[in-house]
Every structure is written in structure tokens, then in C-alpha cells.
Design a protein around this ligand. Sequence first.
Ligand code: ADP
Length: 492
Amino acid sequence: MNKTIKILILDDNVSDAELMKRRLRKDGLDFISLAVQDEQAYIDALKEFSPHIILSDYSLPHFDGLAALNLARKIFPDIPFIIVSGAIGEEFAVEILKAGATDYVLKDRLSRLKPAITRAWEESKTLREKKRAEKLLEHTAKKYSAMLERIQSGYWLLDLQGNLLEVNNAYCKMSGYTSRELLKMKITDLECSENTREVFDHIKLIRQKGSDQFESRHRRKDGSVFDVEIYSAFLDVDEERIAVLLRDITARKEYESSLKQLADDLKRSNKDLEQFAYIASHDLREPLRAVSGFVGLLSQKYKDKLDRQAMEYIDFASKSVIRMDELLSGLLEYSRVHTGSRIVTIVSAQDALNAAIANLHRSIGESKAVITSDKLPDVRFDEKQLTHIFQNLLHNAIKFKSERDLQVHIGCEQQNDGWLFSVKDNGIGIEKPSYDRIFKIFQRIQPLDKYPGHGIGLSICKKIIERHSGKIWVESVPGVGSTFFFTIPHLA
Ligand code: ADP
């Protein structure tokens, strides 16, 4: 015992009370005490002294031990109450104990007092601790059930046979069943899975793994079906149980499937469009060739019969036919990026650049361009298409050169998820509002007579790079030069 016990002694005989104290002190009990002789002093002491233990004589003038016991119980329901009295019969002793006294000790056997107090004190301590633990448990259980009732997610407690032992309000709302109905049901009554074995195999798996997260479908009381996301945890406290949290994800699933539908539609319509571009450009060249042939015939056969103006018209017509033919072959090339085959392997970007430079050696020579480059890495790409990109960008740098000597630098730096390439020139540059436009098919900003072209090269580069999960963009200062950037992710 590590605490000084506070003992309240109720005895009209002051010397008896003194005897008790002396005896206890002699027996080595660590205590402080207050002795009272009548009812009023006793009531006051209960309130002010707050005793741990009460020792009470049985018969007192105008008062008695049982009345004292009842008064004490009202204020301190668990306080040990020991009757210390002169000789009492066995029957009476039983009556006292029945009435709620903790023990009784005869005044002529005071050697029993200390053991009786010690035992009563220990017992009351145990009782208090038990009560505190029970209160804590009750509090925790209340918190736990309030939480389960208030959360938006559904909750189940299952046994390993799949019987529902607990459910919360949220799941009742989700399923349309009352908790009373659910508590008579098994998991297989709610799961849409036809296969009961599968459900029980899953329970076994959760038991082994400790927890699991998965998606499933449940059937409501009205027969309709809803998607649920399930978090389950195996509990092995007293018995083996599975706690389950369930979230209705029907709305999310519907959204996902509409997104997928949209993506599929988009894919299909893109494919149709590409098919259309391919067929149109391919088939239109046929009649165009006929027009070109007849215009040629017209100018040859009727050269002498037509005046200068008619010959000029014929010349315009044949130039337009040539341009139309070039545009159609550009369109065909553009649509081939998708319809053609693509072989993605590990390729040397350095080799691809060297091939592009070799293909352009004449125009590089004519423009006296100085081309430098960083050491380029190996990347996952279609080799021919990578050469095509470098060739297109270099070709543009040459075409859109300024009065200055042309310098082009091909750079490369590693990023977290891939490579960043750049092709930088000191040409005429591009105004900011045109940055996006130039990557669209047939979009050009320079006049055709000064800078011939079809506005297809960059749109093809963009398509190829995006097919390899990369991006292309430009940064430029008009009159100073442009830098075209493109990325190649490691997983291209
Ligand atoms: P094209 O060169 O046949 O016109 P592109 O698609 O290759 O077609 O380029 C589209 C437009 O982007 C060009 O007409 C030009 O205005 C601009 N452009 C492309 N590269 C450069 C460059 N290096 N410097 C300045 N302008 C450029």
C-alpha cells in the first residue's frame, strides 16, 4: 500500500476509538484518522474528511451502524465499511454483511482490524480500477459506434463464415436494407459475384494477408446494382473477424466509363479522319494529274492560237496544279505518320543527326551553315522518324536564315523522365503569337514567294514526337533566332 489511508471512526465511546487507533498504529498501518461520536459529526466528516474507509460501532445513541452505512453509500457507493462492535451473534453478523457492510471485527479481537482494513482497502482499490476500466471501455465503444454511424462510408463486421455481425447506417442507406435485415444476411447475399467459392477464397486471402483493398459490385434490396470500393482488415482480438469499410463509387465508375467512351470515340474519329486524309490525298492526285496533263496539252497545242493573256492564265493554272500536287503529297506524308509502321528501338540520336546532316549536305554547303552539337544520347525512338525530325528542323533553320552567317546548335540535356533536345538558330525568328500556329498543318507565317514551303514539316514533327509521348515547342526572339525544343521520355 503506497498511500496513507484516511479512516473515519464512528464510535460514541471515545476510549474505544482511541484503542482502535493505538492498535492500528502498533500493527504498523500507515493511516490518518478522524473519530466522531454522533450522527451530525459523522455527516460533516463524510463531506469534509472524505475517508477511504469507515470503521463504525454498531449501536450508538439515537443512531446505529446500518443507518451510518446507508448514509456513507449515498456519497461514496464503494467505500469499505467495517463494523467494529462488541460481541454480536453470527446471525446478526450475516445480516450486517447482507446490508452491505464490507466486514465486521469484534472489539475484543482488534488484532483482526488491520488485516480487515488492508483487505477491504485492496478490494476497493481493485473495484475502483475495474470500474474505471469499464468506464473507459464504454467510452471507447461509444466513440467507436458514434464514429461508425457518422462516417459516410459503409461499415460491416463479418465472421469468417461471411455473416454480417455489425453494420452501420451508411451501408443501410447504400443498400436499401434495414440493419435488422442485414444482420440476418451473409456477404454472399449482397455480393453480385455469382461464385460463392470465390467470395470465401477471398475471405481466406484477407485472413492470410491481414488486409486488402479491392472493388466489387453489390445488389441493393430493390435489385439494382452499385459499385463499391472495399477496404477490409482481419481482426484477431477475441474471435476472428473481418472489419470492412465500403464506399459507393458508382458515380466515379460512371464517370470513368463515360471518359473511356469519349476517348474511344475520339480515337475512332481520329482514325477515320486520318483514313480520310490518306484516301483523299491519294485519290485526288489522280484527277489532278489529268488536269495537269490537259493544261500541258492546251499550252503546247494551242500555243500559236492563244494570246499572251490566255497563255499567262494557263501558266497560273499549271503552277497551281503543281502546288496542289505538293500539298496533297504533304498531306499524304502527314497521314502516313499514323498509318505507317513505327519501329521503336534504342537508337543513337547522334547517328540520326548525322544522317540528317548528310541528307542536307547540299543546302548546308550552299548556306555555309555552321552546325555544332552536344554529344547526343541513345534514345527509344523510331530511327527514320528521328532523322526526319532533325532534318526538318535543320532544313527550316537554313530556309529561315537571316542576313547573318547561319549558326545552328543541337543541344541535349537529361531530365527526370527523359531527354530534352534543342535546335537553336540565329535566323529571322518567330513572333510569339505564332508559336502554336506554326505546328498546325498548312499554317505558315512567311510569304510564299520569299520563303517557299507548304506548312507541313513542323506538324509532322509534332505528330511523330507526340506518338513517342514527347512534346515540341518553340521559343524565339524575332530578328535574333529561334530554338525548337522537343522531349523524348525514357518510356517513349
Ligand atoms: P514550311 O517550312 O514548309 O512553311 P513548317 O511546318 O516547317 O512549314 O514551318 C511552319 C512555319 O514556321 C514556317 O512557314 C515558318 O514561318 C515558321 N518556321 C519554322 N521554322 C522556323 C525557323 N527556324 N525560323 C523561323 N521561322 C520558322
